[in-house]
Design a protein around this ligand. Structure first.
Ligand code: SAM
Ligand code: SF4
Length: 414
């Protein structure tokens, strides 16, 4: 019952992100962007060598000419933010597949390092991209955290997912080639995929533990409405009735194992870097087609269309096509959601940010979390074991709402 309640409320809150103002003059709107030093930067590379049917991110089939043009635009967008007075320290490359053009990636990272004092870089890729040559280059580019989307080692499930990874043994060898080469090596898994059994998922978790890799992130399936219909047409019902059974395996094998939970989905051996910039930074800028930003209590969306993104950039504007100012209540709730997802909330930091006590500013929410034993502690609130699954559900619903927004923007090429 508790997960259903928090899920329902988050879904309702998440939908508010759907009604965005359109932007006529994005540079004028950029004046609303509060300049901050040392905030996080997310860089989206929307190209993949094959398209996975379940994926809701902005991604297109790789075409070299389009991708080269894209990297030029990306540098221009970065430069616009620099001119507006922004500076960045932590950078996250996501996708799509950021390694589709290694020379362009290296060039872009070179520009980043020339213009800003970059502290750490996290980058996502797929097992197919892990050649010796690419690993060497990623090292040379100074990637601190490499995150590899494995999704599953089960070849049957991968086939169901429409995911092209190559044979499981080869994937394992490639992962082991990366181990020890980066400060943090992460692998992503999907759970609650239609047709996936808890036994198959438990086997994936067991392989991850045997491999000795630093970190794993477990994503519950979060389909957008049309992706959900599509998956249901091809397989069976997509629902959340069994999701908790999958999550219990995560709790048993990782939470109660030798792993440190960094979020409700991410578990590490010791202290590791994570890629959830939305937890660690209150503000972040996303660049690239289909990125979102949160700055000074405003939410911004970049164009999802590669052509429109290009046109806006070459006309000297920011590629922002939608924005929304969050109300004070929404800002506090968003803060609560992201901090709980990161499993701890510092009440003093809340007071500094919002000028009041969380107990009075989010009275009902706090009473709910405390009375059901989902959080504990005084100055720092920690998510309890009982709170782990409800927090996972909250984030799943928030991302599902974002995926609905992504789908609309992609389908209408906004
Ligand atoms: C967007 S991908 C980018 C990295 C890389 N292209 C890959 O596939 O591994 C990052 C992660 O998002 C997760 N993901 C993608 N689509 C998802 C969905 N519909 N629901 C839940 N997680 C999803 C996958 O686990 C994936 O590893
Ligand atoms: S999951 Fe990764 S490889 Fe698959 S389409 Fe999405 S971004 Fe591309």
């Amino acid at each position: 019952m508790i997960p259903e309640i928090v899920g329902f409320i988050t879904r309702r809150e998440g939908r508010k992100f759907h009604s965005l103002n359109t932007v006529d003059d994005s540079l004028a709107k950029a004046e609303r962007l509060v300049k901050r030093d040392g905030i996080s930067l997310y860089v989206h590379i929307p190209f993949c060598r094959s398209l996975c049917p379940f994926c809701c991110f902005n991604r297109y089939l790789f075409q070299e000419d389009l991708a080269r043009r894209y990297f030029i635009d990306l540098k221009q967008e970065l430069e616009t933010y620099r001119r507006l007075g922004f500076s960045f320290e932590d950078v996250y490359f996501g996708g799509g597949t950021p390694t589709v053009l290694m020379d362009e990636l290296g060039d872009f990272i070179g520009q980043l390092r020339k213009q800003f004092k970059i502290k750490q870089i996290s980058l996502e890729t797929t097992p197919r991209e892990l050649s010796e040559q690419n690993i060497k280059l990623l090292n040379e580019y100074g990637i601190n955290r490499l995150s590899i989307g494995v999704q599953s080692f089960d070849e049957q499930i991968l086939k169901t997912m429409g995911r092209v990874n190559g044979p499981a043994e080869e994937v394992k060898d490639r992962l082991l080639m990366c181990q020890g080469q980066f400060d943090t090596l992460n692998v992503d898994f999907l759970f609650n995929f239609p047709g996936q059994t808890t036994e198959q998922f438990a086997a994936d978790v067991a392989i991850f533990k045997q491999l000795g890799i630093d970190q794993a992130t477990f994503y519950p399936l979060m389909p957008s409405p049309h992706k959900k219909d599509d998956l249901e047409r091809r397989f069976s019902r997509v629902d959340n009735y069994h999701e908790k059974n999958f999550y219990e395996i995560i709790l048993r094998e990782l939470y109660h194992g030798d792993f440190t939970p960094s979020t409700a989905w991410c578990f590490s051996r010791g202290e590791r870097m994570i890629d959830e910039y939305i937890i660690e930074s209150d503000d972040y800028i996303g660049i690239g087609s289909g990125s979102v930003s949160i700055v000074g209590g405003n939410f911004y969306v970049n164009s999802f269309s590669l052509d429109r993104y290009h046109e806006l950039i070459v006309s000297g504007r920011l590629p922002i096509v939608g924005w929304r100012g969050l109300s004070e209540k929404e800002k506090r709730r968003y803060y609560l959601l992201t901090k709980l997802f990161g499993l701890k909330l510092d009440k003093e930091a809340f007071r500094r940010r919002f000028g009041g006590d969380i107990g009075s500013q989010l009275r009902l929410e706090m009473a709910f979390f405390r009375s059901f034993g989902l959080v504990s502690g005084n100055n720092i609130l920690h998510v309890t074991e009982k709170g782990m699954y409800p927090v996972s559900v909250m984030m799943r619903e928030f991302f599902a709402a974002l995926n609905t927004l992504r789908e609309y923007y992609i389908e209408h090429q906004i």
